[in-house]
Design a binder for this molecule. Structure first.
Ligand code: SF4
Length: 231
């Protein structure tokens, strides 16, 4: 336990210094300086955002990237924005979180058997990283996922993370089926001797406002994850 805490802590300490993607560094810092009016009294994080949760987790969720005024402001994944409201409400209903809200790094939120991270760690313009930026950030994700020795279930939030995780599987010693399975909601893919991948629509406002993703649909993903953990 202490060793894994140390590994994840060391990774986070190195990650927050990363400046590999010039466009994203400049964007995350510009947003942090200019701020949204509602948050003008706050000090934005404005750096890469580390993963968050239970270091002993068997379930790891991989989102797209920090939101400009969400995690890029608060410094914790899916914290301080509408996507996070959806995500942590669902995790709370499924028993993976001690509370249903996520507003700030010191809000008392704790995850049980669950870790939340992202494919890209710096907020991208229009929530849309370039392929080169996703590739640049892959080492961080591979090193982080490698630390979870008991990993059983991976949840990909959104199509980019679904594709990215299938692409990275061989680097983690897992096999991915060929042809690669298409992205879809609640699609389950076994990664050989590695974890099972469950893919989900991302809880972005684009999906939740249009009811492409409903709370019932989102709950289905975590019921599935729970069942896979208990098999
Ligand atoms: Fe570094 Fe990833 Fe941020 Fe690029 S997106 S600067 S690789 S942390």
């Amino acid at each position: 336990m202490a060793e894994r805490d140390q590994t994840l802590g060391d990774l986070a300490a190195a990650l927050v210094e990363c400046r590999k993607c010039e466009r994203l560094v400049s964007w995350r810092e510009k947003v942090a300086t200019e701020k949204r009016a509602a948050y003008r009294e706050e000090t934005y994080w404005g750096r890469p955002v580390p993963g968050f949760g239970d270091p002993e987790a068997r379930l790891v969720l991989v989102g797209l990237a920090p939101a400009a005024h969400g995690a890029n402001r608060t410094g914790r994944m899916f914290t301080g924005d509408r996507s996070g409201d959806w995500l942590y409400r669902a995790l709370h209903r499924a028993g993976f979180a001690n509370q249903a809200s996520s507003a700030a790094r010191d809000d008392g939120l704790k995850l049980r058997d669950c870790w939340v991270t992202a494919s890209v760690r710096c907020a991208p313009p229009r929530n849309s990283p370039l392929a080169t930026e996703t590739a640049n950030c892959s080492d961080w994700l591979v090193n982080e996922l490698s630390a979870f020795k008991g990993l059983r279930v991976l949840v990909a939030l959104g199509g980019l993370s679904h594709t990215n995780l299938l692409r990275l599987a061989p680097r983690l010693g897992w096999s991915a089926p060929r042809p690669r399975p298409a992205f879809g909601h609640a699609v389950v893919t076994a990664l050989g001797d590695g974890p099972v991948l469950v893919s989900s629509y991302h809880p972005s406002q684009q999906n939740t406002f249009t009811s492409r993703l409903t709370e019932d649909m989102f709950d289905r993903v975590f019921v599935l994850a729970r069942r896979l953990l208990e098999e």
